[in-house]
Design a protein around this ligand. Structure first.
Ligand SMILES: Nc1nc2c(c(=O)[nH]1)N[C@H]1C(S)=C(S)[C@@H](COP(=O)(O)O)O[C@H]1N2
Ligand SMILES: [Mo]
Length: 368
């Protein structure tokens, strides 16, 4: 390692946590990675430009016609496919809700020094592509294969370690989770920021598994050692913990904040009288949402639930609310078919992953 590389690695060292005011690093990340606007939660399918973004390094510049997906090392029958080849395979379109594992990070104290998500890192798209499992079978994973790795075109440094963004899944996970190799989002070719020309979608898992700008698929006979799996996406009580892997999305719900906002604080204002409050609820592992409750600080009430379009996308909930003038803190809380319910308080995590605590919306209600 050269002298200059060592200096770079020290320079790129970062504090583990932050409290209070946002650091320059966090503000810079927030300007690059946008979240959904909560007032647009009502769309079953999030309009493409409103889908959240999480890009660790740079959006790579890829020649879309020359790009080939390689089924390489570890396969007995390696081959490669162009985007057109993939378009000519059997096609499937799946509505899938994606959420970033770091969503809700800023409500932890202290918070991890990373992308400062409030609660907006979620969205639902109709993803079109071809099922991944048959393509892997065709490449014939070598004897002793235990995992398949997925590597993107993007490279960068994290904690001084240079790597390409990558993740792995077991063969069983690929088959049982309907993993799709996709080239289109909401009927249009993938946009550069969402992984053009190819990505995978891993329904039910937090977004980090859905590798964008996919370039290489390999068959491994020992556990994958990629940085984003071994060193990043793990639940930990402290940074020295080896932790447990971050996988499926925890049960969660959000509401469209009712009324009209204050420009800067986003606090809500509305007039007394009946109003419909609505929002979304989702969970991982294909679990269904079985209940959503709403609380205007006077007690929990069960909301109406409309079924989702598919197995892996969010459900819509709604409830009539008829507030008297006053100041309210509104909450919503979902329960899934595994019997898991959102906690009232976040559980702390060293990296700020998996915070599914209930949302709080401050509302001021005036005389009609
Ligand atoms: N190659 C690559 N894939 C990636 C990422 C990345 O930085 N590089 N970010 C991951 C994370 S953490 C999330 S939450 C999702 C976000 O997908 P989106 O930006 O299309 O919403 O992409 C995942 N796939
Ligand atoms: Mo993420």
């Amino acid at each position: 390692m050269s002298y200059l590389s060592d200096i770079f690695k020290n320079f790129s060292a970062r504090p583990d946590t932050e409290d209070g005011v946002f650091s320059e690093d966090e503000v810079r990340l927030a300007n690059r990675n946008s979240g959904i606007l909560l007032e647009t939660l009502d769309h079953d399918i999030t309009p493409t430009g409103l889908h959240y973004l999480l890009i660790h390094f740079d959006v790579p510049r890829i020649d879309l016609t020359a790009h080939r997906l390689e089924f390489g090392r570890g396969f007995d029958a390696p081959y490669s496919l162009s985007v057109d080849d993939i378009r000519s395979l059997p096609q499937q379109t799946l509505p899938v809700t994606l959420e970033c594992a770091g969503n809700g990070r800023t409500s932890l104290s202290p918070r991890a020094h990373s992308m400062p998500w409030g609660m907006e890192a979620v969205g639902t798209s109709e993803w079109t592509g071809t099922p991944l499992a048959p393509l892997i079978e065709r490449a014939q994973p070598g004897a002793g294969t235990i995992e398949i790795s997925f590597t993107g075109t993007d490279r960068g440094f994290d904690k001084g370690v240079e790597h390409a963004f990558g993740r792995s899944l077991t063969l069983e996970q690929i088959a049982s989770m309907d993993v799709l190799l996709v080239h289109a989002m909401n009927g249009q070719p993938l946009l550069p920021q969402h992984g053009a020309p190819l990505r995978i979608i891993v329904p039910g898992w937090y977004g980090m598994a859905s590798v964008k700008w996919l370039k290489t698929i390999e068959a491994l006979d020992s556990p994958y050692q990629g940085f984003q799996q071994v060193s990043t996406y793990r639940y930990r009580d402290n940074k020295n913990d080896s932790g447990t892997p971050v996988t499926s999305m925890r049960v969660k719900s959000l509401m469209t904040p009712p009324g009209i906002p204050d420009w800067i604080t986003r606090q809500r204002h509305l007039q007394a009288g009946p109003v419909t409050v609505s929002g979304r609820a989702w969970s991982g592992d294909g679990a269904d949402i079985v209940k959503v409750e709403f609380n205007d600080s006077l007690g929990w009430q069960v909301a109406r639930l409309a079924p989702s379009k598919g197995q892996y996308d969010w459900a819509k909930w709604s409830i009539e609310w008829n507030p008297a003038p006053g100041e309210y803190v509104l909450n919503c809380r979902a329960t899934d078919s595994n019997g898991d319910t959102q906690p009232l308080e976040p559980r702390w995590d060293a990296s700020g992953f998996g915070n599914n605590a209930v949302q709080q919306v401050d509302v001021f209600v005036d005389d009609a």
